[in-house]
Design a protein around this ligand. Structure first.
Ligand code: URA
Length: 285
């Protein structure tokens, strides 16, 4: 490996460690080759500028502020903004008569910019006939690669949590609030959640679960339409009315497995919540 390759590899490794693991532009852009558009540096000391003959030979300088790459050909229509995008999302989602159609409509939907940075649509996993529907937050890098929810580290913990109450992945149905990964796993914005929510709501109607389990604060707050935190929301059954379903769905929020990986002491509460879910399943027979 040449010294230049080694430097490039080190830079890529650093990007990865900083969470920059997704490219946003369609084609690479050599930032060092762009003209330096900075204004000439001011001279706060009042010292005179060196003349051209005194000046050091010009060395290529990395730009201080990252310039925007030159616009490339638009490859997708720009998403509508704000409320219009949400209305459009609902119109599209409501056209789905079954889960397969919902998946296809989502695949073609251009109203959420995350679609254009994600590798795959992450629609759902598990058994569409299962009684339990779990809703997580958003796909991570592993989910994005495989196109399936909860297949990474937190997914492995989720599998163990389910196993603890005698369930397997094929015995539940799993999806997320967002069907596309946010670049670098950043927190999804309120706008991104709002535009994807009509699809999730239709997903719940078409799946018509007997029990709805919301994994983590983002999922719980988005579905329940509340600003209360997960610590207060978790562990309580509530009958959640879902427009389009004849009866409210018994719904419980639980801690997200990713949170439990960071805060193992909270597993005790999570275990209690899981036992409540098992109890409810047993009651339903
Ligand atoms: N976290 C989530 O909320 N969903 C996934 O699919 C993976 C991790």
């Amino acid at each position: 490996m040449s010294a230049l390759d080694a430097k490039a590899a080190a830079l890529l490794r650093w990007y990865g460690e900083m969470g920059v693991d997704a490219s946003v532009g369609a084609s690479p852009c050599d930032l060092t080759a762009l003209p330096d558009t900075r204004a000439p540096a001011s001279q706060p000391t009042g010292r005179p500028q060196p003349s051209a003959t005194q000046a050091e030979p010009a060395r290529p300088q990395p730009p201080r502020e990252t310039p925007r790459p030159a616009p490339t050909r638009a490859t997708a229509p720009l998403p509508l903004g704000g409320d219009a995008a949400i209305v459009d999302a609902r119109t599209v989602a409501d056209r789905a008569a079954n889960l397969m159609q919902l998946r296809e409509l989502l695949q073609r939907f251009d109203g959420c910019a995350l679609k254009h940075t994600a590798t795959n649509l992450v629609f759902a996993d598990g058994n569409p006939d299962a009684r339990i529907m779990l809703v997580g937050e958003a796909p991570g890098a592993d989910e994005d690669r495989q196109g399936l929810p909860f297949v990474g580290r937190s997914g492995r913990l989720l599998d163990r949590m389910l196993a603890g109450i005698g369930l397997v992945r094929q015995g539940v149905y799993i999806t997320n609030i967002l069907p596309w990964r946010a670049p670098g796993n950043r927190q999804p914005t309120a706008g991104e959640i709002a535009v994807c929510l009509p699809f999730l709501e239709r997903h719940i109607v078409l799946k018509a679960p007997s029990l709805l389990i919301l994994c983590g604060g983002t999922s719980a707050k988005s579905v329940l339409g509340t600003t209360e935190g997960i610590t207060r929301l978790r562990g309580r059954w509530r009958d959640h009315p879902v427009p389009g379903l004849a009866t409210p769905v018994p719904t419980m929020a639980i801690y997200h497995p990713a949170y439990l990986l960071r805060q193992p002491a909270m597993k005790r509460d999570a275990w209690r919540d899981l036992l409540r879910i098992k109890e409810r399943l047993d009651q339903q027979g």
